[in-house]
Design a protein around this ligand. Structure first.
Ligand code: NAP
Length: 298
């Protein structure tokens, strides 16, 4: 089995590394805040201080950090993966970042001495999908690298699709984020409307979730929304980072995405009020405020 490395042990990276251990891989991990790596060490992973050391000890290294500059830091920074690269190393970035930056990273990896290979493989399915190894994984890069990494992907997810060349996985993930954000808005408006109508929210949610108005958000977020539980699986700040990437690329190509622009502005109101670290289903709070209706199960 390939030796696996993980860089970034946040909400997503930690359970993914845990699932790799469960699948029998030898796993080496690191995290910027090293304390957060301790539970993985207790579970059997080897903990190292830097991405460079993780790369030196691994055949395949997975990065799961926040944004494009963070991937650049852990990959090409002074103690980054490139500094510990060796013949045959494959670096798979599973964070959600810019498709253009991803293509650039692939070129820099190929020009590194020694060169190393890359894939982009962002995921969807949230914290629960990560914990239960049910992620959807959308992959960009060369077929032979995808085949090589398939046992790793199978340990982390269920729906695994090779979309195209470098950056194609990230482009697909951004399309996914448009659907996630707009589904959240649909669920928020449906719940606020139902509350204003005076009908029972849980019964309403239940029947909508079984019909044509259903969505992942209706099934997974709506119960949390009406319970007033806005703890993050996926933070508002990260949702905004993704919608910004979408809108920047759309702007450059003259693609009109009015719904995405609207949701981005609504989330900004939430950030303004200090809700950036809430879960992205806290969009409900903005819609509630606009109508003076609180959509909580009584
Ligand atoms: P998170 O809990 O905030 O974790 C981010 C991780 O990245 C932490 O381990 C953090 O280290 C590390 N990091 C950030 N910047 C770094 C830097 N410059 N150098 C080194 N390490 C750095 O976020 P998450 O929810 O796991 O999300 C990770 C990625 O997955 C993001 O791109 C996100 O958009 C994507 N994603 C998230 C979800 C979800 O539901 N949460 C779903 C799909 C995709 P520290 O511990 O030191 O802060």
């Amino acid at each position: 089995m390939e030796r696996l490395g993980f860089v970034g042990l946040g909400i997503m990276g930690a359970p993914m590394a845990r699932n790799a251990l469960k699948a029998g891989f030898a796993v080496t991990v690191t995290n910027r805040t090293l304390d957060r790596a301790k539970p993985l060490g207790d579970a059997g992973a080897t903990v190292m201080r830097t991405p460079r050391e993780v790369a030196e000890r691994s055949d395949i290294v997975i990065t799961m950090v926040t944004s494009s500059p963070d991937v650049e830091t852990v990959t090409f920074g002074p103690d980054g993966i490139a500094a510990g690269a060796h013949e045959g190393l494959l670096a798979i970035d599973m964070s959600t970042v810019s498709p253009a930056a991803t293509r650039e990273f692939a070129k820099r990896a190929a020009a590194n001495r020694p060169p190393f290979r890359t894939l982009d493989a962002p995921v969807s399915g949230g914290e629960l999908g990560a914990i239960e190894a049910r992620l959807s994984i959308m992959i960009g890069g060369d077929e032979k690298d995808v085949k090589r990494a398939m046992p790793v992907f199978e340990a982390l997810g269920k729906t695994i699709v090779h979309i195209g060349d470098h950056g194609a996985g990230q482009a697909c993930k951004l399309a996914n984020q448009i659907a996630v954000a707009l589904n959240n808005l649909g669920v928020s408006e449906a719940l606020v409307f139902a509350k204003a109508q005076g009908i029972d929210l849980e019964r309403t949610r239940q029947v909508i979730a079984g019909g044509a108005g259903s969505s992942w958000a209706m099934q997974n977020y709506a119960p949390k929304m009406i319970a007033g539980d806005f703890k993050p699986g996926f933070m508002v700040d990260l949702q905004q980072k993704d919608l910004r990437l979408v809108l920047d690329d759309a702007y450059g190509q003259h693609v009109s995405l009015p719904g995405t622009a609207l949701v981005h502005a609504l989330y900004a109101a939430l950030q303004h009020d200090g809700g950036g670290r809430d879960g992205n289903h806290a969009l409900l709070k903005v819609i509630e405020r606009l109508s003076g209706v609180e959509a909580r199960q009584s």
